[in-house]
Design a protein around this ligand. Structure first.
Ligand code: HEC
Ligand code: HEC
Length: 318
C-alpha cells in the first residue's frame, strides 16, 4: 500500500515536472510562426481610394496605432489591452523604412491584414485587428492610404517598442488563437443602394459585432452572425484605466435593446456619441463621425432585422 502511494507520488511529481518544463519552454519560446504565402497584389491607387482608405483607417486603425505625441500612426502602449495578455504595444505603421512599414510589400500587408501572419511568419495575437471579411476594394483603399502623402502616415522615426506577450498569450496562441485563411475569392463591396447588405457589411467589418456580442472569446470572426449573443451586448472591453465597460444590446428587443430607437437617435449615438437625456457615450465606444448618415442609417436598418435578444445591460458609469 505504502509502496503504491509512493509510486503515485513519484508519478505526480514527474507529471508536475513535465508540466513545469512545458510551461518554461513555452514561456521562453515565442508566439508560433506560420508559412508566409507570397501575395501578388496590384495596388490601384486613386484620390478616391486614398480618401476612402483614410476614412476606414480612422475608424479601423487609428484608435490603436495613433501616437498622441507624433500625431501619426507611429504606435503606442495599449492601455486597454487586458493586462493578462502582457505588455502590448501597437507598432509604427508610418512609411519609415527602418521603424515603420516602408519596406513591407503591399502583398505582405494584405497577408497580415487578412490572416494575422506578419512578414516574418510570426502570428499576431488578437490584440492586432484582422480583416477577414473586408471587401477587396476596401483593403486596396487602406493600403492606398498607407502609401499616400497623408501626414498621418508619412515617415516618422519613432522606434517600435516590442510587445511583451504573457505566458497566457503564448499558450493561447498554441491552442486557441489561429490565423485566418486567405479568402479564396474576391469579396465584393455592397453598393449604397442595397441598404440592408451595406448595413450588415459595416456592422461586421467596423467590428461593431465584435464588441456588441456576448464575449470576445466566443465570437465567430469568420461568420459574425454565428457569434453567441450576436449584438445582444454584455461584452466586457476595458477603458483606458483598465475598467470594464459593458457593451449595449443593439438587437431590436423593445425593452432591453434598441427596438424603440429612431434612426436619428441611432445616428447621433454612433456618429457623435450623443444619447438623449444621458451622459455621452464613452471609451471604448468611439464616435464614428466619418460615417455618412446613409451608412450609419444602414447599420440601424440592418440591426432592426436581426433576432431580438432579451438582455438588460446597465451602463458602466465611473
Ligand atoms: C485593436 C488594436 C489594433 C487595431 C484596431 C489595429 N492594429 Fe495593427 N497592430 C496592433 C498591435 C498591438 C500590433 C503589434 C502586434 C504584435 O506585436 O504582434 C499591431 C501591428 C501591426 C502591423 C505590423 C507592424 C510591424 O512592424 O510588425 C501592421 C502593418 C499593422 N498593425 C497595421 C494595421 C492596420 C493597417 C490597421 C487598420 C486597418 C490596424 N493595424 C489596426 C494593434 C492594432
Ligand atoms: C471597442 C468596442 C466597441 C466597438 C468596436 C463598438 N462599440 Fe458601440 N459601444 C461600446 C460600449 C462599451 C458602449 C457603451 C458605452 C457607454 O455606456 O458609454 C457602446 C454603446 C453603443 C451604442 C449606445 C447604445 C445604448 O443603448 O446606449 C450604440 C448605438 C453603439 N454602441 C453602436 C455601435 C456601432 C454601430 C458600432 C460599429 C460602427 C459600434 N458601436 C462599435 C463598445 C463598442
Amino acid at each position: 500500500m505504502k509502496r503504491a502511494l509512493k509510486l503515485i507520488g513519484v508519478g505526480i511529481g514527474v507529471l508536475a515536472l513535465i508540466i513545469a518544463i512545458a510551461l518554461i519552454s513555452i514561456s521562453a519560446s515565442d508566439i508560433p510562426s506560420y508559412e508566409v504565402t507570397k501575395i501578388d497584389f496590384k495596388l490601384s491607387s486613386s484620390p478616391e481610394s486614398v480618401a476612402r482608405g483614410e476614412k476606414l483607417a480612422l475608424m479601423l486603425c487609428a484608435n490603436c496605432h495613433m501616437n498622441p505625441k507624433t500625431n501619426k500612426l507611429s504606435g503606442k502602449r495599449m492601455m486597454d489591452a487586458p493586462p493578462e495578455f502582457g505588455e502590448i504595444y501597437s507598432q509604427n505603421i508610418t512609411q519609415d523604412k527602418t521603424y515603420g512599414i516602408g519596406n513591407w510589400t503591399d502583398g505582405e500587408l494584405v497577408f497580415l491584414l487578412r490572416t494575422g501572419i506578419k512578414r516574418d511568419g510570426q502570428y499576431s495575437p488578437p490584440y492586432m485587428a484582422k480583416m477577414p471579411n473586408l471587401a477587396d476594394k476596401d483593403i486596396n483603399a487602406i493600403i492606398s492610404f498607407l502609401r499616400s502623402d497623408n501626414p498621418l502616415v508619412t515617415a516618422d522615426p519613432t522606434p517600435d517598442t516590442p510587445t511583451k506577450p504573457s505566458l497566457l498569450t503564448k499558450l493561447l496562441c498554441r491552442v486557441a488563437f489561429k490565423p485566418f485563411p486567405m479568402p479564396a475569392e474576391e469579396i465584393p463591396l455592397p453598393t449604397t443602394d442595397n441598404t440592408l447588405e451595406l448595413g450588415k457589411y459595416l456592422a461586421h467589418n467596423l467590428d461593431c459585432f465584435a464588441c456588441h456580442s456576448a464575449d470576445f472569446k466566443t465570437n465567430d470572426y469568420l461568420n459574425p452572425e454565428l457569434s453567441p449573443g450576436y449584438f445582444g451586448g454584455g461584452n466586457k472591453p476595458l477603458d483606458l484605466q483598465g475598467r470594464v465597460m459593458l457593451t449595449s444590446n443593439l438587437t431590436p428587443d423593445k425593452e432591453t435593446g434598441i427596438g424603440n430607437w429612431t434612426k436619428e437617435e441611432f445616428i447621433n449615438a454612433v456618429k457623435y456619441g450623443q444619447k438623449k437625456g444621458e451622459k455621452a457615450l464613452t471609451y471604448p465606444m468611439m464616435p464614428y463621425p466619418q460615417l455618412t448618415d446613409l451608412e450609419a442609417g444602414a447599420i440601424f436598418e440592418y440591426l432592426q432585422t436581426i433576432p431580438p435578444i432579451k438582455n438588460k445591460v446597465e451602463r458602466s458609469v465611473y
